[in-house]
Design a protein around this ligand. Structure first.
Ligand code: NDP
Ligand code: PYC
Length: 353
């Protein structure tokens, strides 16, 4: 399936699409291309939310990848997740070869209730496909006053530090902490590779070079050419020449927590070669929720606010998540900016044009 048309020509202002309209159009696309209406609603809210927040590597850019994967039969767009309450602090969810987000949605209320009852709880999702940004999985927990951590492994495209062969996924970690009344939670969400695979694809599409120390070509030679990374090459763990061992260690932890602990596949542990067009990794996800009301001393949210102010006073120009929230406010006020050709193509895929 071809990419969506990308860049808006410099002289053409983007369309400003109301968020709800974008979400509804994406839901129609998913439903027309092989998901149940329940799954379509969840994926559409996730993908439209990423586009709204300017998280372009996991916004509408991903639609062709979702559709190619559904068409290939690699993922089950109608899967109904099974949620098991296995221990006071442990929930297991089997996504049954469906997307991770419906499993997460099915277990969220139980996770919150267990975290409040026990102080901490975790959700281990297995046999799931996560093709999205990770912050949507943790931010809603912090909005409910919980501290949250999420880890997902993806597909083998990252060489471990000093290694020769791709083994890790781009393996993101997302963290969210509540702040004071009326303040957005403090959130970060980052791949443990030098960059997200999605951003390499976008650079290739736009004809841009990658930064130094991000990837290698098929022969293991350092390259800044995104096509060389995509065509048989690989990414490096984040941390660059001096700190790649640290990114590599974090990525190893993600493999253990998101795959070994959940029962999902390692990033190198699935074979999608029989499903040409498949792009969504069939792996696992781990979420941990902590109720900070159980901690000693002053309120956690107050201390979180104190740290944020200290960071600003120390000269950090912005907090993680802040740019996303700025873009969200702009999108909600004026519509989500989309290249005209992209919006037309989305409407065509939805059967609206
Ligand atoms: P980025 O490097 O763009 O950003 C990482 C974090 O750092 C964000 O929280 C970002 O906040 C923050 N940040 C960025 N620049 C600054 C700055 N100058 N000062 C302070 N904070 C900053 O993310 P990645 O490229 O690593 O990942 C992009 C997305 O790809 C993520 O959403 C991730 O979950 C997703 N992904 C998903 C995978 C999957 O398997 N599903 C695999 C790999 C990645 P802000 O958002 O405000 O810029
Ligand atoms: O951008 O690295 C990535 C990615 C992998 C799976 C989904 N997104």
């Amino acid at each position: 399936m071809p990419d969506l048309p990308a860049a808006t020509p410099p002289d053409a202002p983007p369309e400003r699409v109301p968020f709800e309209q974008l979400r509804a159009t994406l839901a129609r696309i998913f439903e027309r291309h092989g998901t149940s209406s329940e799954v379509a609603a969840i994926l559409a809210a996730n993908c439209a939310g990423a586009e709204r927040d300017g998280a372009h590597s996991h916004g509408v850019f991903r639609i062709p990848g979702y559709l190619a994967t559904l068409a290939s039969g690699w993922v089950d767009g109608h899967a109904v997740p099974e949620v098991q309450d296995v221990a006071p602090g442990f929930i297991a969810a089997d996504a049954r070869n469906g997307f991770a987000q419906p499993a997460w949605a099915a277990a969220q209320a139980l996770l919150v209730a267990k975290a409040r009852a026990n102080g901490i709880a975790l959700l281990a999702i297995r046999d799931s496909h996560h093709f999205a940004a990770l912050w949507p999985d943790v931010e809603p927990l912090a909005e409910q006053g919980l501290v949250a951590l999420a880890l997902v492994n993806s597909m083998a495209c990252v060489v471990p530090h000093g290694g020769r062969q791709a083994l890790f996924g781009t393996n993101p970690i997302a963290f969210a902490a509540p702040r004071g009344e009326g303040e957005a939670p403090l959130v970060f969400d980052m791949a443990t590779s030098s960059m997200a695979h999605g951003d390499v694809q976008i650079a290739a599409r736009e004809g841009r070079l990658l930064p130094e120390n991000c990837g290698v070509d098929a022969e293991g030679r350092p390259t800044r050419d995104p096509r060389a990374v995509l065509d048989g090459g690989a990414l490096l763990p984040f941390g660059g020449a001096a700190g790649g061992h640290k990114g590599s260690a974090l990525s190893m932890m993600v493999e253990l927590m998101a795959a070994a602990l959940t029962g999902g596949n390692y990033s190198f542990g699935f074979d999608w070669s029989g499903h040409p067009g498949a792009q969504t990794p069939r792996t696992g996800e781990l979420l941990i929720a902590i109720d900070p009301a159980r901690s000693a001393g002053r309120s956690f949210a107050e201390r979180c606010g104190e740290l944020a102010h200290a960071l600003a006073a120390a000269g950090q120009p912005r907090l993680p998540g802040q740019q996303r929230h700025r873009q969200r406010a702009d999108s909600l006020a004026h519509g989500v900016p989309l290249a005209r050709a992209t919006w037309q193509e989305l409407r065509r895929l939805a059967g609206e044009a």
